[in-house]
Structure formats: C-alpha cells, structure tokens
Design a protein around this ligand. Structure first.
Ligand code: PHE
Length: 351
C-alpha cells in the first residue's frame, strides 16, 4: 500500500472506512491544475483495498486528461465506494447519505457525478447532503439528469470519425458493430446505432439490460466470453476497464476499438499491441467525455441540451482527427498522442 501511494502522480488520496456499511470510500484527487477535481463516484465490489485504490487512482488520472482534452477548466478526481459482496440493500441509502455528508465537509475539494454502479437517483441522495458538489441529479432535483445518452452521442461521433478515417466514409450503415455492455451508455448507444442502420450485436451480464436490448431493439446477443472473437468493423467496450490486454488483443478481429468504458487498456503497452495488430484504437478518455462535458456544461455554464450535444460532438471530432494525424505523423500510438494533447494543455496552464 505504501508503494501504491508513493508511486502515484496525483495530488491526494482521501480514504474513509465506513464502519456501518463496512465499505471503503476512496476519493482520489489527481490534478487541480485546471480547476476543482471533478469525476464520477463508482460503486463496486473489489477483491481487496489495493484494487480499489488503484482503480480510483487510474480513473482520476483519466478524468484529468478527459477534461484537459475536452478543453474544460476542471480538474481530475474520482471516488470509489468499495462495498462488500453481501452488503444488504437497506445499507446502500444511508451509506450514500454519509458519503454526501463527507463531500459537504470537503467543501468542494472534490465534485462528483454518476459513474458505473451509481445512478441519477443516487446523485439526488448524495446531493441532499452536498447540494453544491454534485452533478447529474435528476431534473426534478435541479440537475441535468443522466449523462449516459450524452456519452453515447460522443461515442457515435467517435465511431463516425473513425469510420471516416478507415473507409473514407463516416456512415455507419451496414457496419458490423459489437457492443460490450448495454448499461446506461451502451443501451443509449445501441438505440443511436439502430437509427444509423448499423449491424449491431452485444453482450451483457445483466439480464434486464439484455432483455431490453433484445426485445426493444431486436439486436442479437452474444455470450460475454465470445465477444472478443467476432469478425466486425468496430469493437465497442461500454462496460468496465482493463478489457484490452495480452489475452484479449490477439483474439480481436475488428478494424477499430471505439468505446465508452474508462481505462480500457490493461497496461499502456497494450496500445502498442493494438497498433501492431493493425487495430485503430480511439483513446477512451477522448471518446467518452460526452456525459461529463454535457452535464457539467449544462449545470454550470447554462448550455441547452442542443448546445451541450454540439459541444460534445465538436470536442470528440476535433480531438480524434488531431490524434489520428499525430499518431501517423509522429509514429506514436493513438494513446500516446491523446496523452500528449491533454498534457500540452495542462502544461500551458501551469505557470
Ligand atoms: N462517469 C463520468 C465519466 O467518467 C463522470 C461524470 C459524469 C462527471 C457527470 C461529472 C458529471 O466521465
């Protein structure tokens, strides 16, 4: 654990053990160079505390680069609530309320929004204790609602830009697209892909999500295990991180990976592995900025939904074109190019 804390390049890590729910609350503040640390709150069962800390650290760095690349004056942070495998349903609400109280006591050191494992309803709960520090509350509670559809809109843009890059044609009509995970982003994206005339199949482990995607949209379901082996144009990770690794990359039979999940690469070298296999990788924190950009923009800058959508599309479009060009011209991976782009902006702000 000492090594974990020492080797991290972030600013501070706040840990609280919530005794009543036997849960760890970890708030990782990666960088406040551009503004207050802002990022989602993830709730998940982890194997151990180190895994949770590593996740919070990596996710909060991702937020720093996400905001920087998107051109917003926000800092990178992320919270992880590591719950036990058998926390009962009644514990969740008071835990979130206590977490809200904690955020309120931090007085804006960290601002949050929904992430995997938390919802708009959860933001309402947290926000009841920390009204000034929560994004993505329901419209009734004064928030801008679910970021998922905005993230999905950004992913659609990323798919179109990448199609333009690969096939000289942005249209997704008839393109074979494999979506891993149909949660709040994946399902919204599947709807957009249906409209775009793409040929979609998907996987998920949640039976309700599977039912919705099958029955409402009529898409074919693939077993989560077989998803990496499918012949397709685009592989679209919209579930959890670390899925592009030594084991899965050799199996992929896609032209490009363009998805919403955070931290898709197991380790940085996996970007090189993808490049060697001739698979174009659209860096996750560039592709998935939509929800965070739209919701914070609507709540703090008075953007309308339409303006938020066009800002998201513009950010994803310009950044990806720049990144693909940089990667070609400089002989670096797209992931390195994306980091360079984001770090340049951070450096230019640092005085
Ligand atoms: N889950 C979002 C992301 O990873 C975090 C977020 C959502 C932050 C909404 C602020 C507002 O980008």
């Amino acid at each position: 654990m000492e090594e974990l804390l020492k080797s991290w390049d972030g600013e501070s890590l706040i840990t609280t053990f919530d005794r009543a729910a036997e849960a760890w609350i970890i708030i990782a503040i990666h960088s406040t160079i551009l503004g207050p640390a802002t990022g989602g709150t993830r709730m998940k069962v982890y194997g151990n505390l180190s895994e949770a800390v590593i996740d919070a650290q990596r996710l909060s760095a991702g937020m720093t680069y996400k905001w920087a690349a998107a051109g917003l004056d926000m800092g990178g942070g992320k919270a992880v609530i590591a719950v036990g495998p058998d926390m009962n349903a009644g514990e969740r609400r008071p835990l979130l309320l206590r977490y809200g109280t904690l955020l309120n006591r931090l007085k804006g050191l960290f601002l949050t929004g929904p992430d995997s494992g938390t919802s708009v309803a959860d933001m309402d709960l947290i926000g009841s204790k920390a009204p000034d520090y929560v994004f993505g509350r329901s419209v009734e509670a004064g928030g801008a609602g679910d970021p998922g559809p905005f993230t999905a809109r950004g992913v659609l843009e990323a798919l179109e830009v990448t199609a333009g890059q690969l096939f000289d044609d942005r249209s997704l009509k008839g393109k074979r697209i494999v979506v891993q995970g149909v949660g709040s982003v994946g399902l919204a994206l599947a709807r957009l892909l249906l409209e775009a005339g793409a040929d979609v199949c998907f996987s998920d482990t949640d039976s309700q999500a599977v039912r919705q995607c099958r029955e409402e949209l009529g898409f074919e379901m693939i077993s989560p295990d077989a998803i990496y082996d499918l012949d397709c144009d685009f592989f679209v990770p919209c579930a959890l991180g670390g899925i592009l690794n030594e084991k899965t990359i050799p199996r992929l039979r896609c032209q490009a990976v363009v998805g919403a999940a955070n931290n898709q690469l197991g380790v940085p070298e996996d970007a090189q592995r993808l490049l060697k296999r001739g698979i174009l990788y659209a860096p996750d924190f560039v592709v998935n900025c939509g929800g965070a950009v739209a919701i914070t923009g609507m709540e703090t800058r008075g953007w309308s939904e339409a303006e938020a959508t066009s800002r998201v599309r513009e950010a994803v479009n310009t950044n990806l074109i720049t990144i693909y060009t940089m990667s070609d011209a400089q002989g670096i991976t797209t992931d390195q190019a994306a980091l360079r782009l984001a770090k340049n902006r951070l450096r230019n702000t640092q005085v």
